[in-house]
Design a protein around this ligand. Structure first.
Ligand code: NAD
Length: 271
């Protein structure tokens, strides 16, 4: 069997978006995957055009479509970077069509998260707020630092993203907060920004700050501030391709995994 015949068939969902385009383009680097579907909303102006042309990687013979069911029926795995609205309905389609799912969408509400958990009983779902290998290493470092430093250090998380980002704080900042708490072995009082006479900072607080502007792909810094010293652990993404390549790696994992809810740590084997 040729590499082409053996490739994992991918339907890219949110295909016209910033991430969808980079997933389509980066998939062309990998002989073990092929893009067989590209889905976006019916109102998207590029529906019907070639997905590869829109992504800037040349014609693929795959038309942008609004028919998620048809795209999934032809695919082994959906790589979904669509928005949080409608995530529950998309998860139902993945289950009905028995399509594994790599979900990059952030800002998912409680109902959406419940739908993801339900779907993962029947299909493999990899859901990660950040598919970059570097950020997942940062998560591990933050957890370790929080475990060693304990409650004697004040922890603050600062993230910056481009002006178009719709949710705040970033899913990665929330994940980093979870890593701090896991390392510290305690739930902390999360504070989102500060304003006015908010008083001295109490112990046990975890500040999270979202900065927005320009074309910043994604910066995250976790600050551990103690008496006389501070540690700052920073990751800066300079291209969306780092997320796209990680998501494609997760897709290859998902097509072989039994039903379940997986994180990027599972894909990387660093759990
Ligand atoms: P974007 O707005 O550029 O693209 C989103 C696309 O999804 C749009 O084309 C939109 O029309 C489409 N869409 C919306 N609802 C849809 C639906 N129900 N079905 C099909 N398509 C739909 O956004 P973006 O910058 O590409 O980011 C997309 C999501 O991915 C956001 O939630 C973002 O936070 C997240 N993200 C995750 C990672 C990661 O590594 N996990 C990295 C970057 C961005």
């Amino acid at each position: 069997m040729s590499a082409r015949q053996a490739c994992a068939k991918i339907a890219v969902v949110g295909a016209a978006g910033r991430m969808g385009q980079r997933v389509i383009a980066c998939a062309q680097e990998l002989p073990e995957v092929c893009v067989c579907g590209a889905v976006d909303v019916a109102t998207c102006p590029v529906i019907g055009t070639d997905a590869g042309v829109h992504a800037g990687c040349g014609a693929l013979g795959v038309a942008m479509s609004a028919d998620l069911t048809a795209a999934c029926a032809a695919a082994d795995v959906a790589v979904d970077f669509a928005l949080a609205d409608g995530v529950a309905a998309r998860m139902e389609t993945y289950v009905q069509t028995k399509t594994a799912c790599v979900l990059g969408t952030t800002g998912v509400d409680a109902a959406g998260r419940a739908a993801i958990t339900r779907a993962a009983r029947e299909i493999a779902v990899v859901h990660a707020p950040n598919f970059s290998v570097g950020v997942n290493v940062l998560c591990a470092l933050v957890r370790r630092a929080a475990a060693v430093l304990g409650g004697a250090y004040d922890v603050e998380i600062v993230e910056m993203h481009h002006r178009h980002k719709k949710d705040a704080p970033s899913g990665t900042a929330v994940r980093l907060a979870e890593m701090v708490e896991a390392g510290a072995g305690a739930a902390l009082q999360r504070v989102y920004g500060r304003e006015g006479q908010c008083g001295a900072r109490p112990r046990g607080e975890l500040g999270i700050h979202a900065v927005r502007g320009g074309d910043v792909v994604g910066d995250h810094t976790v600050i551990f501030a103690g008496e006389g010293e501070r540690i700052e652990l920073t990751h800066k993404a300079s291209t969306r391709d780092t997320f796209a390549r990680g998501a494609l790696r997760a897709a290859l994992f998902a097509v072989q995994a039994p039903p379940g809810l997986y994180a990027m740590e599972d894909v990387l084997g660093i759990k």
